[in-house]
Design a protein around this ligand. Structure first.
Ligand SMILES: O=C(O)[C@H]1O[C@H](OP(=O)(O)OP(=O)(O)OC[C@H]2O[C@@H](n3ccc(=O)[nH]c3=O)[C@H](O)[C@@H]2O)[C@H](O)[C@@H](O)[C@@H]1O
Length: 289
């Protein structure tokens, strides 16, 4: 039967004005074709797609349990890869970067004849590596540590190098000492630059640890204006560098912020015991005057 729309249209027309049969037919045929197309489309949508309609590669994978075989093959390959990965072997000597990649941090280490490599020992035996799949090894970062020749900075440098990072120490040796990092001399991942952070410096790095500042009272009171410049201008310079090269930034504080603490060691939630009109607040007076 013709669609309803056509019936209505035919009924509306008067016979006298009607050559319209042709146009009506055209309309009708068109609608029939459209309806047929619609019907086919709906049927196609409602019917689940058979395997024959799937693309050739999918049909191949689904045929004769090939998918199961593929998955079992992949699982076996992954297992073999994990078991036979070179990082599971046991050695006594290896590079700093390699050790760091498997998470060995605090080791007793010694220089191995200036060849730019370190020999690591753990107890009397060799170093046992963790099982780290090759593809998952951490990529070493380029890191700058300002004040890296100081007490805290030099220990940080030890850990970063052991982690496999390339470290640049920037220090003006106001209170720091070269000896604190001298054991890294010859390590290709280590560099030291004598530089005052009050002056800008451009380095290509991924991370910045900013520790450069006189920390103990005797040092920061030695030249208060210079201390303030180091804190303000030095930090701005390093922040500027971080922004320019897109590096992550860590600013260290000092235990001096606790004043004369009544709690040892000071936990993060401790507010300290500070004299608000003490020496540290006096430091800014010369600047104001
Ligand atoms: O206040 C703290 O919490 C810590 O302060 C110091 O540790 P650190 O911060 O490492 O202080 P320094 O050993 O003096 O290191 C500061 C580094 O910054 C450098 N620096 C200082 C001033 C400057 O303008 N530029 C600069 O590069 C110094 O030469 C030095 O290498 C003490 O040594 C720690 O015992 C104490 O815990």
């Amino acid at each position: 039967p013709p669609p309803r729309a056509h019936q209505l249209r035919s009924r509306e027309r008067s016979p006298s004005r009607d050559p319209p049969m042709a146009s009506s037919e055209l309309t009708y045929r068109g609608q029939q074709a459209a309806a047929a197309a619609d019907g086919a489309h709906a049927a196609a949508e409602s019917k689940p797609r058979t395997r024959q309609q799937l693309p050739q590669p999918l049909r191949y994978v689904l045929g004769e349990q090939r998918l199961v075989f593929s998955l079992v093959g992949m699982a076996l390959a992954t297992l073999l890869f994990l078991l036979l990965s070179p990082s599971t072997t046991t050695t006594t000597t290896t590079s700093v970067a390699h050790l760091a990649a498997v998470g060995l941090a605090s080791r007793q280490y010694q220089s191995s004849g200036g060849a730019g490599r370190m020999a690591f020992e753990e107890g009397t035996g060799g170093v046992r590596h963790g099982r780290v799949p090759l593809g998952l090894k951490r990529k070493g970062l380029r890191v700058v540590v300002t004040g890296g020749a100081g007490f805290v900075g030099s220990h940080l440098v030890d850990r970063l190098l052991a982690r496999g990072d390339s470290v640049i120490v920037v220090d003006n040796f106001f209170t720091g000492r070269k000896e604190n990092v001298a054991h890294h001399a010859g390590n290709p991942n280590f560099e030291m630059i004598r530089h005052d952070v009050v002056e800008p410096i451009l380095l290509e790095v991924d991370q910045i640890y900013h520790l450069a500042c006189p920390a103990s009272p005797v040092h920061y009171k030695f030249n208060p204006v210079k201390t303030i410049k180091t804190n303000v201008v030095g930090t701005l310079n390093m922040l500027g560098l971080a922004k320019r090269v897109g590096a992550r930034f860590l600013l260290t504080s000092t235990s001096e912020v606790y004043g004369d603490p009544l709690q040892h060691p000071q936990v993060e939630t401790y507010w300290g015991n500070v004299n608000p009109i003490g020496t540290s607040s006096h430091l800014f007076w010369p600047v104001l005057s």
